[in-house]
Every structure is written in structure tokens, then in C-alpha cells.
Design a protein around this ligand. Structure first.
Ligand code: PLI
Length: 468
């Protein structure tokens, strides 16, 4: 077992461990099979609708589920809860400028608040927004503002078996073809995500970001980064891209951001906090517009929906997030889980990404058609087996095409085992792996689900299903 902890350093056979010790514990509740059967049926076979008190190991998301450090909790006591001009905001603003390099910052309650402000400020009806694969809320806001989204990620990203080291890269040919077809004036910005969530947490290379910048400069097109997991992306660049092995994560992050004109951020991920986000830009006009809109949707421009204490915890979290020992253990824990699953030839997205293992439900249940929601089914089966909660990232998450009303049918039909930051131990990963194996051993009898209730927007959050 020790060799599985070595993160590719087999030669000296030394284990690694989480770079922290536990100061506060939250007891976990185990349930019986009968209790889980009842809970998942009442939740309409949608793991979003389970009560968390019925969940044993919660791998629904890494969003807002991090354990904060003692320094962050101490920072919470320094909250300046003034309605206007909170000192925590100025500290956060300075920290974002230092680590991400952007000039102007607008705080928001979380990432989708920033997406709303950017989309409303930059997009006109009839515009086109290219991106390296979609993210649910990001695309929603782009479409809601009147744009058409275009996936310009490299083809390898749609292939769960491709070992391309940077499956998040933008295909410059696809981007150029879109510019030629619709014209640069109809493209308000390229939406560049790091690491790409829906592709399996796959990174984008520095070389690609630089090349996208050069192409966009030629045509006068802006680039907005989805910086939600950009620190995790920086580790992959350090590990895999020539010339970056001896650069710090902070240096890599700053260079990476320098190829964009601004960013949206869900602080609930990289920033190690439970709530918060921001929009950043170097464009004074866009900033003025977004700073005006934020008071309508989020709160005053010096808190944007966050409490002062939340902004303080976020500023401290940003500093902690670029610590290489922390980020190596974070990604290492996911790789460890991947190695366990690999022993049993369980299909998942390779290479292992930055925040989750994405089980390949198409290959897990080859006999279940996509219209019977194989990834949703697998999430329900995993919960039934052990009380572990995961999330569908396939046809349900993809929603319907606004033009045709049909299901979008993504190539990737995935069930995401998302690892919260600094929350679970390697022993929890052992339990997770064994439960996935139990589901794999019993895969033949599984038939899939029918959708019996479908909300209009972002249906995966609230849709309900019945067993076939
Ligand atoms: O959940 P928000 O509104 O703070 O952030 C939205 C958001 C934007 N971009 C990306 C890449 C995300 O992953 C993201 C939220 N992700 C969630 C909730 C997740 O479970 O992955």
C-alpha cells in the first residue's frame, strides 16, 4: 500500500501524508441499506436532493466544502461588517491583485454572480462565445445574455482514454474557424477555463494560453479566464510543461492570468472557503459597468454578497492555496483514488484531473442507453451501496439545446467523485474505491432511470427520476 502513496516517486519508496493535522472533527453518520433505499427514492434518484445527514462520504462537489485552516478561522474574528468600505474588502482586493495580477476587482457572492455580471456587461444578443468546453452556470449566463456558446476545446478532451497531458487546451483551428465564420466583432470574449471541470478537471497549458492570446490579439478579441481552479492548473504546468519545473505556483499563476483580460472566480474552490467569488478585469469600462450592476444583484461593491469575515477568510485562503505541499497532497489524493480503481480496471477519465475522479458511465454500463441516464444511475447506485454521494456530469447536466429543445447529448457521460479540500483522509479513499468496485461487480443488473420531472433552468440540480 505504501507505494500507492508515492505519487510517482517509486524509486525511493517513501510515502507522503496530508500536510496538516486535525484539530476539529465532525462525526460521520452511517446508514443501513434500507434507509438509503428510502432516502434516494424520496430524492427522486437525484443526489442533489438528498439530505446531507443521510450521506456518509460526501463527494458531490469540491465547491464550498473545504476545511478552513486555523488561520482562516482566526481571520473570521477580524470581520469588519461595515456595510460600506469594509477593511476586509481592501485586503482581499490587494491579495487578488498580488496573486492574479488584475487591476479591478468586483466581489460577488459566488462564481455565478461574477458570470452574470460579466455576461450582462460584455455580451449583446446575437454574439458568440467560444470556450474550452462548457460549464453549466457559465454557459447559462452567456446564453441568458443572448449569446451562442461554441465548444473549441481539442478533440482529445472528449475522449476519456486519451492521455494528452493538457486536455483542456483550446483548438486554435476551431477558434480561427469560428472567427472566420461569425466575425471577430460578434465575439465579445473567449471564455478560457483552467482546469476544465466538465472534461474531468483537465489542465490547459501555458503554451496554449499564450497562443490563444496571440490569436485573439490579432483579431482584437478579449479573453476572460474562469480562474475557479487555476491554482490546481498551475501544478499541472509545473509538473508537465517544459521550463516550469523550478517556477513557483504563484509565479505560474501570475503568468497564466497575464494572458487574459480578466477572470470570473468561484472562491468556493481554490480559495479554500465556503462561500464567495469575484469578477476581475483590466478593462476600466467593463469594471464601471459591472461595479454598477453588482449593487443590483449582489450587494455593495465592497462586499458583493459576502460578509466581511468571509472576505478575510478568502484572502488568507488565497495565500494558502499556492503552497506547493498543499496542492500536491490535494491532487495526490485524487491520484491515489485513481490508482486504486485502476487495479480493478474500472473505467474513468485519464489522466486523473485536479479535483475529482470522473467515472466513465458509458463504459461502466455499456448496456444502459444515454436516454436512460447512465451517469445519473451510477450516482444513485453508489449512494445505495455505501452512502457515498457523487454527481452526474453527462446528459442531464448538459440540458437542452435552446434552439431545438432536444437533449444535448455530450460524448462524456460521467459520474464525478469530487474530493473536498483538506476534508477526507486516504482511508476514506479506500472506502470509496471499494464501493465503486462493488457497483462495478453488480453492473449487469442495472437498467437505468426515466426522468419524471424536469425544471426549466439547470435541470440537474432539481430533476427527479424513477427506476426503469
Ligand atoms: O458554484 P459557483 O457559482 O460558485 O461557481 C460556478 C462555477 C464556475 N466555474 C466552474 C469551473 C465551476 O466549477 C463552478 C462551480 N462548480 C460547481 C458547483 C461544481 O460542483 O463543480
Amino acid at each position: 500500500m505504501a507505494t500507492l502513496h508515492t505519487m510517482g516517486q517509486q524509486q525511493d519508496r517513501r510515502s507522503w501524508a496530508e500536510p496538516f493535522k486535525i484539530k476539529v472533527v465532525e462525526p460521520l453518520r452511517t446508514t443501513t441499506h434500507g434507509e438509503r433505499e428510502k432516502a434516494i427514492r424520496e430524492a427522486g434518484y437525484n443526489t442533489f436532493l438528498l439530505h446531507s445527514s443521510d450521506v456518509y462520504i460526501d463527494l458531490l462537489t469540491d465547491s464550498g466544502t473545504s476545511a478552513m485552516s486555523d488561520r482562516q478561522w482566526a481571520g473570521m474574528m477580524m470581520g469588519d461588517e461595515a456595510y460600506a468600505g469594509s477593511s476586509n474588502f481592501y485586503r482581499l482586493e490587494a491579495t487578488i491583485r498580488k496573486f492574479y495580477g488584475y487591476k479591478y476587482i468586483v466581489p460577488t457572492h459566488q462564481g455565478r454572480g461574477a458570470e452574470n455580471l460579466l455576461s450582462q456587461s460584455a455580451i449583446k444578443p446575437g454574439d458568440h462565445v467560444p470556450g474550452n468546453m462548457y460549464f453549466t452556470t457559465t454557459r447559462f449566463h452567456q446564453e441568458h445574455a443572448g449569446a451562442t456558446f461554441h465548444d473549441v476545446i481539442i478533440d482529445e478532451a472528449h475522449d476519456t482514454t486519451s492521455l494528452h497531458p493538457f486536455k483542456g487546451d483550446i483548438d486554435l483551428g476551431k477558434l480561427q474557424a469560428l472567427i472566420d465564420r461569425v466575425g471577430a466583432k460578434k465575439i465579445p470574449y473567449v471564455c478560457m477555463a483552467a482546469t476544465v471541470n466538465m472534461a474531468g478537471g483537465q489542465p490547459i497549458s501555458m503554451g496554449n494560453a499564450r497562443a490563444v492570446r496571440a490569436l485573439c490579439d490579432k483579431h482584437g478579441i478579449k479573453i476572460y479566464l474562469d480562474a475557479t481552479r487555476a491554482v490546481e492548473n498551475a501544478l499541472f504546468i509545473q509538473e508537465r510543461e517544459e521550463g516550469y519545473a523550478s517556477r513557483t505556483l504563484a509565479e505560474i499563476l501570475l503568468e497564466f492570468c497575464s494572458y487574459s483580460d480578466g477572470a470570473t472566480m468561484s472562491g468556493k474552490k481554490d480559495h479554500l472557503v465556503n462561500i464567495g467569488g469575484w469578477l476581475a478585469t483590466n478593462d476600466k469600462d467593463l469594471f464601471e459597468e459591472a461595479r454598477n450592476l453588482v449593487v443590483v444583484y449582489e450587494g455593495l461593491h465592497t462586499y458583493g454578497g459576502m460578509a466581511g469575515r468571509d472576505m478575510e477568510a478568502m484572502a488568507i485562503g488565497i495565500e494558502e492555496s499556492v503552497n506547493v505541499d498543499y496542492i500536491k497532497s490535494r491532487v495526490g489524493q485524487i491520484r491515489y483514488l485513481g490508482e486504486l480503481l485502476d487495479q480493478w480496471k474500472i473505467p474513468f477519465v485519464k489522466p486523473v484531473g485536479g479535483h475529482a475522479i470522473f467515472l466513465d458511465a458509458r463504459r461502466f454500463y455499456p448496456h444502459v442507453p444515454q436516454d436512460a441516464f447512465p451517469a445519473q444511475t451510477l450516482a444513485a447506485e453508489l449512494y445505495l451501496d455505501s452512502g457515498i454521494r457523487s454527481m452526474e456530469r453527462g446528459i442531464v447536466s448538459a440540458g437542452r439545446d435552446p434552439a431545438t429543445g432536444d437533449h444535448r447529448r455530450p460524448k462524456l457521460e460521467l459520474t464525478r467523485l469530487t474530493i473536498p479540500r483538506r476534508v477526507y483522509t486516504q482511508a476514506h479513499m479506500d472506502v470509496v474505491a471499494e464501493s465503486v468496485k462493488a457497483c462495478y461487480d453488480h453492473r449487469d443488473g442495472v437498467k437505468g432511470l426515466d426522468m419524471v420531472y424536469e425544471p426549466k433552468y439547470l435541470r440537474f440540480f432539481q430533476a427527479r427520476f424513477e427506476r426503469r
